[in-house]
Design a protein around this ligand. Sequence first.
Ligand SMILES: [Zn+2]
Length: 526
Amino acid sequence: MMNTNVKTMSGRFGQTTLNRKLSYNRMLIVLLLMVFVVAGFLPISNANAAQLRAGVAKVDITDTKAGPVNDRLYVRALVLNAGETTAVIITVDAVAIGEIGYISNNYLGKVRSQIENELQIKPGTVLINASHCHGVVCSDVDRRTFQAVKEASMNMVPVNVGAGIGYEDRIMENRRLKLKNGKEADVRHAYSLVPDEEVAGVGPVDPEIGIFRLDRKDGRTLAVVYNFAIHPIQGVPGGGNTADITGFASQVIEDNLSEGTIALFLQGCAGDINPVWYKDVNHPRDAEPLGNMLGLSTLRALREIDSKRDDRFKVINEVMELPRADIAQRILSLESEQERLIQSLSGTSLNLKTFIPLVVKYNISSEYPSYYSHGYMHDKVRGRDDLEKLDSENRRNMSQYIHNIHIMEQLTRNQTNLALLQKHQAGSIAAGKGTIDVELLGLRIGEFVLLTFPGELSVQIGLNIKKMSPHEFTFVAGYTNGYIYYAPTAEQLRNVGGAQEDSDCLLAPEWQKLYEEKMDALLRKL
Ligand SMILES: [Zn+2]
């Protein structure tokens, strides 16, 4: 009995000691956790296990020697870091990263190597997106780009982040027109539109504004990254140098958030997306109200996005080979179509000077265009139809003249597109290989997922990628890290030579499937 009691007692005694030790350990763990939380080092479920930090800056890149300036052009930089991972998002108010416009082909490499040498940031994690506005940037844009990145990297602060989606459908339209004959045409200033009666329908737009917000820990906004698909080519009254729609939008966003907030616009899949009223001839075209609408719609959505600590951060950089098109046959057939059109022009008695007054007269009074009604009545009493005969002759000539004008308009469309095809065919032959390398970047920061492409993707491709993505906030930025012209859908490429996107293009139709499969795989890795 005694022994048992002692055993029991000693057992109880032993357990109590263990309990005391356990609760002491628990306290220690809780205390340590509190220290970690206060210090901001508590690992969230992510690979980086480090607090996301960010810095921003913007530098003016307006070419002041290129004529009157309506509004300034900027390069904006956002440097992000968490533990071992660093990435840089740079947005430039320029038409493209090399190839066309004012940014040279060595810009990307030059900026990236300076960033690598002086800031030890890997080139493959540096993303540079052109807004695709047609403004004129200064010649030392590379130096100023690095300056923005350096400034941003010197002002890094811990951030909370959030992602969301805004909505805007009033400022843009698909610029490709589906025609009754099965072909497609597009809305450009380079040539006349097709006659209204040939148009059967229009293509899609993407009204989503992809939004990524970064807030300081005290709640003030640090930066807003927003993605939308629109050609910022509206221009401003008077024609001054301008960052266009997206420049105005960024300004509106920056003016209405915390002091010093930087709004970085990432151009989306805008290959076939124009501003509305692009061909207006009755009012001076003005990018500012359209930009204000985009900025305000972004701000409205931003209010609904909460930011929180979320250190998920991943950058994947891959190079992909895409098939080049061989358009030699299409060039030959377009050349013979031009010849056929020229042959179909026929002589008429009218010229522009006689045609225009006749058109006015015959539209004002279709019954009695050539004289007052009584003249026709007296003619009838006399048993004559001289005025009616004159009218039918004039009508025949007018309709022939209009026919010639429509042929002329078709010739100018074909000629513009043919010149693009010839240029790219020559380029393909000079390249000496059947493929083209493109750099693709996949980025995840918190809930925000971004894919990039170095060309002008058609809007449908962006819509497809968003639909296939397993991530709620997936966005696509074209015009990034290089420029390989337009990247239309395989279906749009059945229309080669008919519109800009399918003519100003290096790719064979198979490219779309290969690219979308690649993006599907890349999204799964993010
Ligand atoms: Zn374009």
